[in-house]
Each structure stands twice: as C-alpha cells, then as structure tokens.
Design a protein around this ligand. Structure first.
Ligand code: TYM
Length: 328
C-alpha cells in the first residue's frame, strides 16, 4: 500500500513563486509515489479577516493553480477544506489535547500577531496550528511536503499525535515533514532577510504566479542586490543568493552552472537571464490557468471532497469512540 501525503495552501493574498517552488513543485512527482491529498485551506485563511467575495474567488483560483501546475485529480484527491466538516471536528478535540505551552512556542503566530498586536489577533490565528494538525492527522498522513516555514507546525502535529496515542491508544500516524530542495525558503525580493510572503505590503516583495512578463521584468530589475558586481553564490550576499536559488529552481540547473554562466558578466545580464527563466515557466502556466473554468474546478473540488469525506468520517468514528463519545 502507498504511504499517504497531505499538503495545503491558504487562499489568501497572491500566490507567488515561493509557494510554487517551496510547495507545489515538489508535490508534482509525489502524486505518483504516494496516495496524495491536496487541499485549499479556506478555514485557515479566515484566521485573519477576509473579504467574502475575494475568499470565494481566491479559493477557486488556488484550485485552478494546482491544476495548471500539473496536480492531476485522477491521481490524487484535490478538495476545499471547508467541504469536509471533520477538519473542524477533529480540530476541537485536538484543541483539548494541545497545551498553551505548545502554542506559545509557535513563531508564525508571534510574527503574524506582531503586525497588528496579539491583543487584537483572533483566537483562531492562535489555535491555527491545531487545525493544521487536524488536517494532517485526519488522513493518517505519513509525509507532509511543505516549505521550511511550516516545519514547526508539522512538529506540533507529531506531538499531538503522540500525546493522543499515549492517552487513548494507538490512533494516529505520526507524520514526517518533507522539505523542498535543501529546505530552501524563497526570500523577499525587496528584503532578503524575510521570506517572500503573500501578505507583504509591497508588490516588489514577490513575483505572483499571475504576473505578466512586463511585471516580472520590472520586479526583477528592482530586486535588491548586494554590494559588488560579480555573480557569486555566498552567504555574504543573501540577495544574490536568493536570486540564484530562484534561477536554479526554475531552470533545473545547479548553482555552480548558473554562476559559471555569468562569469565575467554583471547584475544586468544575470537579471535579464533570470527574468527569462521565470517568464519561460509562467507563460505556458498562465495559459493553462486561463483555460480552466469555474465550473470545471468546482466539479473537481466536489468530487475530491466526496473522496476525502469517506476517509475522514471513518477516522472520526474511531477518534470519537476512543475519546468516549456515544455512537450516533
Ligand atoms: P501557506 O499558504 O502560507 O503556504 C503554502 C506553502 O508554500 C510554502 N511557502 C514557501 N516556500 C518557500 N519559500 C517561501 N517564501 C514560501 N512561502 C510559503 C509553505 O511552506 C507552504 O508549504 N499552514 C499552511 C497551510 C496548511 C497546511 C496544512 C500545509 C494548512 N494545513 C496541512 C500542510 C499540511 C500555510 O499557511 O501555508
């Protein structure tokens, strides 16, 4: 029997090349090796205020992005989180297993709540990693392919699985995290000390998967670089290192090959080449994206939810019984 993988993306902000390179790109080959579930995590998105019309549109857009990138609903289960009620049901039970001490450690909450202040952050934002644990544990997930920024949340899912198993007997598979190539996080183009982020205040932080060629060119031209003019891959040059990482991931060349290609050339040539490899990926991708209708993707999500529900319902039956709830 194949092992199971689960991963998801929030339908909030603009999906960027960091999400593609850190998550979706590594999912593609996994669809064949694993029994895969990919989710649009709309319940996670509402932990910060969302415009309902925008959320609706974004949820469809993310699902279309999955399809356009090559996620194949014939090979995996693709669905929207809110369509499978068991996610919230299990999250509640796990909320009673998780401790304040577990959640107080979560760096993402600290970062996100620092912006508007913890006092006014939603309780949902605080317990969000518990919902993520529910997503993972509900399906007996063995492997969770994510970017490094999500590793701490997967670690919490492991802790909660182990704690539940110890208290109520063996129920959940303890999941492993699987990081993208070399655990790379794509950093902001305007600030290489922070990750590229959907919620960044400046559009010069990221390249959106829906940016056209002229926008990509403009953003890459404006991307910050380090002092000096040589193309070298080094920790002392974090801005350039990040751009070389993006180049290697889109071109499937090694860092050494990219650096060798630009020996004796300057940032101008390198940035022109980088724009080209990004646009080379984005153009056909965006054509596929535009060809997918709302009806098509709604159908895919509906069918995906039907399949996911079968697995989720059986797991919740087991969990409810272990906890001591009366059967319905
Ligand atoms: P989200 O929506 O913030 O990001 C989706 C995926 O993209 C990766 N990622 C990045 N990778 C490299 N460089 C970056 N700059 C970058 N920014 C984002 C993230 O690591 C992630 O893999 N909580 C999750 C979604 C989620 C989930 C789950 C994931 C909910 N339930 C269960 C796995 C399993 C999140 O907010 O990801």
């Amino acid at each position: 029997m194949k092992q199971r993988i689960f991963s998801g993306i929030q339908p909030s902000g603009n999906l960027h090349i960091g999400n593609y390179l850190g998550a979706i790109k590594q999912w593609l080959p996994l669809q064949d090796e694993y029994d895969a579930l990919f989710c649009v995590v709309d319940l996670h998105a509402i932990t910060v205020p969302q415009d309902p019309i925008e959320l609706h549109k974004k949820t469809l857009e993310i699902a279309k992005i999955y399809l356009a990138a090559g996620i194949d609903p014939e090979k995996c289960i693709l669905f929207a989180q809110s369509h499978v009620k068991e996610h919230t049901e299990l999250a509640w039970i796990l909320n009673t297993i998780a401790r304040l001490g577990d959640l107080d450690k979560m760096t993402q909450f600290k970062d996100k709540s620092a912006k508007g202040g913890a006092e006014t952050s939603s309780v949902g934002l605080y317990t969000y990693p518990v919902l993520m644990a529910a997503d993972i544990l509900l399906y007996d997930t063995a492997v969770v392919p994510v970017g490094k920024d999500q590793a701490q949340h997967v670690e919490l899912a492991r802790t909660l699985a182990e704690r539940f198993n110890k208290r109520f007997s063996e129920t959940f598979v303890v999941p492993e995290v699987k990081l993208s190539k070399e655990g790379q996080i794509i950093m902001g183009l305007d600030d290489p000390s922070k990750k590229m982020s959907k919620s960044a205040s400046s559009e010069y932080n990221y390249i959106s998967l829906t940016d056209d060629a002229a926008t990509v060119e403009r953003k890459i031209k404006k991307a910050v670089t380090d002092s000096g003019s040589e193309i070298v891959y080094s920790d002392d040059k974090p801005a350039l290192k990040n751009l070389i990482n993006i180049y290697t991931l889109f071109s499937d060349k090694t860092q050494e090959e990219v650096v060798a290609m630009y020996q004796g050339k300057g940032y101008g040539d390198f940035k022109a080449g980088l724009t080209e490899v990004i646009v080379h990926f984005l153009s056909p991708f965006q054509e596929r994206l535009a060809s997918i209708s709302d009806e098509e993707v709604e159908g895919v999500l509906r069918k995906g939810a039907e399949k996911a529900r079968i697995i989720a319902k059986e797991k919740m039956r087991q969990v409810n019984e272990r906890v001591g709830f009366l059967s319905e």
